[in-house]
Unconditional design. Sequence first.
Length: 282
Amino acid sequence: MSRIWRSLTLAFTVIIIINFWSIYVLAKPSSISSEHSAKVNVKVPDLGRHFQKFGVAGSIIIYDSQNNLTYEHNPQRNTTPITPASTFKIFNAMTALETGVIKDDVAVLTWDGIHRDFETWNQDTNLRQAFKNSTVWFYQVLARRIGYAQMQQWIDKVGYGNREIGTAADIDRFWLQGPLKITPKAQIDFLQRLYQGNLPFSKRTMDVVKDIMVWEKTPDYTLRAKTGWLTSSKPQVGWFVGYLEQNKNVYFFATNIDINKPDDIPARIEITRSSLKDLGVL
């Protein structure tokens, strides 16, 4: 009798073990499957399609600071140094304010009377308006007043781009024709440091420049940016760099495109806006 009881007990034990293992095995694939599905469902936007839409070559990099995520098209180009053109006005404005070359954002410089291609340049203007209109002569005057030695010192302090500004003779064109160059990724780093107040300028200087950088402001977001148009290269290059603040998050961006015809120029801004829309920001 005891032998039969032991056999029945063993049989029941085996059945319980088998049932438990079956439940475990059946449950585990379900868990793995759901985890796999979650990973598959994470969508990375195809930013390249915006360049294709406008028929231009170029690159974009967007950094989502809150989530520590980077989105980009053409990573190789994002690490390629390019002359900054008028995006350098961000740096130039801060250096001019910090050195006292210009008192504030409303101090006026007198137009030299030379007619230039853009009518908005042919007038007396101040730092704020010159930034908005990207008035080249205004910032060339600032650079000459800052001087070669001071400019090089501030370039080195900040570590801007490749830190090369040529000779004293290049003081009013080194950001337009070279040798100064900066990568799109370095543009992002520079803008982050500006936003965080981690540049070697006073808080007042950085606050003034942040204010004149405002491109668009709505109840939902604030977009700060600067365009650039490099005409000394073939093909020409268009820049659009800046950052967008929304819902306590900041998205830093740097876009550049090849410009082969005048109709290409607006694409640098439109591609950026479309890319930010892909991320649900605009």
